[in-house]
Ligand binder design. Structure first.
Ligand code: AKG
Length: 408
């Protein structure tokens, strides 16, 4: 056998070129490293509830484990969870899905991955309203798609306007992503905006729609969450309505996401899942089933805390000179604008040319981790998660205020 002298080590896939760790995760990893070096770091970079998972869900997992529910789960999810999801869709959203139109996965992230993998061909366009959750364009690109941004400007309350959507849809568009309440802005898109978006989508029958509704329970100020599949039932067979246990029930580590959608697409996604993870952890699914049935009061309590923190954050940021902060009406993020800080220099001597510089200097000088708007496709902003204890948030806001005050 001859050896190729040029090949000196095993290589990575060409696909890995330009494939990134999401900035949310990268920033929290940096915060963790700094903390491990003995620094008092506050990380508001990752969107994960600070609350403990409700007791009833933990008990259900424990019982499932003791009861031998430890075999491979059905690829599409355990029956009791699928039935709970079916009931949830019907009662909370007014959506009817048959059991074979529902599947469970390792978080909503895997649902999106399955969906893109099952549908994208090289060069297919994926329309991603910006600011967007970091993983949407990264995943689309990795799986051969071409992300196309459409800006949801602050003056439109960070909502997608039908007129702007129409400008970016083409005969190559394969997907539109919608995410309301939004990560990173907290925007809750209005019924009227969604109806107008549906009207545009009727002219593009080849487009699938991914409705990421993971923050649906976190809406404030009397706002309402609307599912596109309810507002536009004629589009339902093109819509994936995705959700999960992570944000609503403080269960991010359990990794349970679920989705309702057209049988044809769900079937394809299940084929992928059967060859990748074989489904979500059986123990976690038992916990999620209990959460869906029994945790309405826990959700209401967490929501009250998020609402209090949201107001506190808005107030703190509104007092900072050079910073503007809209009142977020959903999710658990604020997305303050920092236009007025650009061009200044931090106390540590760093020139703030953009939001990336701001976030890096803030972490180095004040040990507060936030994510620059650049990662979400709209600058100069910062995404700050307020899914943290009130006292921690107060301390973080003081440090950020001090950082801003010292800019020259
Ligand atoms: C975020 O920080 O935006 C999240 O949703 C955290 C979890 C994740 O990226 O998977």
């Amino acid at each position: 056998m001859t050896m190729n002298p040029l090949k000196t080590e095993p290589s990575l896939s060409l696909k890995m070129e330009g494939f990134e760790t999401p900035a949310t995760i990268a920033m929290s990893m940096r915060a963790r490293e700094l903390a491990a070096q003995g620094n008092d770091v506050i990380s508001l970079a990752l969107g994960q509830p600070d609350f403990f998972t409700p007791r009833v869900a933990c008990d259900a997992a424990y019982e499932a484990a003791l009861d031998g529910k430890t075999k491979y789960p059905p690829i599409d999810g355990i029956l009791s969870l699928k039935q709970a999801v079916q009931k949830k869709f019907k009662q909370e959203n007014g959506l009817e899905y048959a059991l074979d139109e529902i599947m469970v996965a390792n978080g909503a992230k895997q649902i999106l991955f399955n969906a893109f993998m099952a549908t994208l061909n090289e060069g297919d366009e994926v329309v991603v309203p910006a600011p967007y959750w970091t993983s949407y364009p990264i995943m689309a690109r990795f799986l051969g798609g071409k992300p196309v941004d459409v800006i949801c400007a602050e003056e439109n309350n960070f909502s997608l306007k039908a007129v702007d959507l129409r400008k970016v849809l083409t005969n190559k568009t394969k997907w539109l992503i919608i995410n309301s309440p939004s990560n990173p802005t907290g925007a809750v898109w209005s019924r009227q905006d969604l109806l107008e978006i549906a009207e545009v989508l009727r002219d593009f029958p080849q487009v699938w729609i991914f409705a990421d509704e993971i923050y649906e329970h976190l809406v404030f100020d009397g706002q309402e969450h609307y599912s596109l599949a309810v507002l536009a039932p004629d589009l339902k067979d093109r819509i994936l309505t995705a959700n999960g246990a992570s944000k609503t029930y403080a269960m991010p580590g359990w990794r349970v996401g679920y989705v309702g959608g057209p049988k044809r697409l769900i079937k394809a996604m299940l084929k992928i899942q059967s060859n990748s993870t074989s489904g979500a952890s059986s123990i976690s699914q038992a916990a999620a089933t209990a959460a869906l049935h029994h945790c309405d009061n826990d959700v209401a309590e967490m929501k009250e805390a998020y609402d209090r923190r949201r107001k506190m954050m808005k107030e703190a940021f509104s007092k900072m000179s050079g910073v503007t902060c809209a009142v977020p009406q959903g999710a658990f993020y604020v997305y303050p604008g920092i236009e007025g800080c650009i061009g200044k220099t931090s106390a540590g001597g760093r020139k703030i040319e953009n939001d990336q510089d701001f976030a890096e200097a803030l972490l180095e000088e004040q040990h507060v981790a936030v994510v620059p708007g650049h990662a979400f496709g709209l600058s100069p902003y910062l995404r700050i998660s307020y899914a943290a204890d009130d006292k921690v948030l107060e301390k973080a806001c003081k440090r950020i205020a001090q950082f801003v005050e010292r800019l020259q």
